[in-house]
Design a binder for this molecule. Sequence first.
Ligand code: ADP
Length: 346
Amino acid sequence: MVAPPAINSQLLEAVLRAVPGAVVATDPAGVITLINPAAESLFAITSAQAIGHPLQALHPTLGHRLARAQEEKLTSPLVFELELGDQHYYFASLAPMPNGSGLTGWVAVLQDVTPLKKLEQWKTEAIETAAHDLRDPLNLIAGATNFLRDSLPEPTREQDESLSMIKAATDRMAALIEQLLNLEHVESGAEITMARLTLRRVIEQVVRDFKLAADQKGVSLEFEGDPATGRVLGDESWLQRAAANLVSNAIKYTPGSGRVRVCYRESDGQGIVEVTDTGPGIPLEAQGRLFERFYRVRGAATRLNPGSGLGLAIVKTIVERHAGRVWVSSVEGQGSTFGFAVPLLK
Ligand code: ADP
């Protein structure tokens, strides 16, 4: 077996020359110590001009992010998106370089993601256009169906069934279009307005909103929570929608006489929401895919309850837009708990 070559400065230089991404290293204080050719051409600067100057000199955002990473004594990389020049997008990572218990410095790596970003924008536009264009003919079908129902005061059983089928199908399509538009809006961030909110209040309101639906199905719905008053920087209507999707799923998939409990607590600087039901539960092999778009678990509960498979994808997108995370834990035959956590303001 051939032993791998030891990492020496020649090898390091060859690697830094070969990588397509821009790499900039600094000392612990943020003074540039190394810059590779890709970074030189990205920031239109030579190595001799850059070395010895603060990272801030390359781009103000890099300087701000480094200041934050230093302040918070980050031990893992800080990742963010950077727009440079004329609509050129970079995925940036700023990582500490540990040295025993100390710090050798920081390394920033920037990758050009402009083509991906363009594709994403194109996809968003295509879905939005298709969804908008589908709305009008769907409204026409719904209107014509209502007209037919009104003009048939005594329909035969077959006519009645056909009209009901058309109504159910148009309602499902309308809901699907609405959800696709929701997903695109929250993904693109176009309709997000951030404000300081007391998360507990948002969640309590959602529980109140669903009380009637739960009562009508014979499912008990309760809210439980410490008297917490932590605030988040968030969009109220989107956070409401995320919680509402979880509560509505729990009521939808839990049979009558079951229970749904919504808990809110605060821990480690996070606002934590958990929705627990006594429904059918979800097989282990399906749990990892629940938050994918259009994914629906095969089985009786899903067959009996129509849906788009987009609700949980919307929850995940909303929560991630708030720098949070989502999870599920479930035991088949016993019930499920869906949760999310978002960082609280300090
Ligand atoms: P939809 O409910 O419209 O199908 P979702 O994305 O909200 O879409 O949910 C995806 C799938 O996850 C559902 O089809 C269902 O199979 C499963 N699921 C979601 N919530 C629950 C729950 N509380 N109990 C059991 N299954 C659930």
